[in-house]
Design a protein around this ligand. Structure first.
Ligand SMILES: [Zn+2]
Length: 230
């Protein structure tokens, strides 16, 4: 979904004057993210607000109002979701320009199909580290990446596999203490049962999640279960 060209090429004289965004809001356009859905409303990426608005501005995506699931073109959004710059707005995040305050879009849906979301998450040490938030799953201490060990919950010597469900992040002392035993045998409790990470977890890694996205992210495992063999 790489885009070229300038967001500010206003071919439509009615278009919102994005080039006159207040400086701090221009910065916000890069920092804030919007959730992008494919044409059948599966979340496929988070993109910068600038990228999202570019897509909408060019008619390649529409804005979804999270509360109502109503779709808006750029012009419709401007007509219905902006107020004069001197208006008092009580809730919501607005993009400030000289003339108008525009409600910040949070979700866009692409006009073209744009593919399916990433399917599974490949198993790897690094991915286990991310799934477990960098914390030892026995003592909960934060572990630096270079110091991490992969603990096999059921030891390899007992047939335990290199799988999402059998591997957790552990610090060196915990891993040594547990040794070739199950957690029960070692008297060590897991902080939580290891899981296969969901698409949303992958999608949202390192992203400040907006509450409005929740309604679009709940599918994950259900969708996975309903579409076998795809
Ligand atoms: Zn530990």
């Amino acid at each position: 979904m790489r885009l070229t060209g300038s967001l500010y090429r206003a071919s439509n004289p009615q278009a919102f004057p994005l080039n006159r965004l207040e400086p701090e809001d221009a910065l916000r356009m890069e920092l804030e993210r919007a959730l992008a859905l494919n044409r059948i409303w599966q979340p496929i990426a988070t993109v910068s607000l600038r990228h999202a608005l570019t897509l909408v501005f060019r008619g390649r995506a529409r804005i979804v109002e999270p509360g109502t699931f109503q779709l808006f073109s750029w012009e419709q959004w401007l007509a219905e979701k902006s107020v004069p710059a001197d208006a008092h707005v009580l809730e919501g995040d607005y993009l400030r320009t000289a003339a108008r305050l525009v409600l910040q879009p949070e979700v866009v849906t692409l006009a073209r199909f744009a593919g399916f979301p990433n399917r599974g998450v490949p198993f790897s040490r690094r991915a286990v580290y991310e799934r477990d938030n960098g914390r030892c799953q026995y003592c909960n201490r934060h572990v630096h990446k270079r110091d991490m060990t992969l603990d096999h919950v059921v030891p390899v010597s007992r047939g335990g596999g290199n799988t999402w469900l059998n591997c957790v992040l552990a610090c060196v002392p915990c891993n040594q203490r547990k040794a070739d035993r199950t957690p029960a045998e070692a008297g060590m409790a897991l902080r939580r049962e290891p899981e296969v990470p969901t698409r949303s977890q992958l999608l949202l890694r390192g992203v400040a999640v907006r509450p409005a996205w929740a309604a679009f992210l709940r599918d994950d495992k259900v969708v996975e279960a309903e579409t076998p063999g795809r």
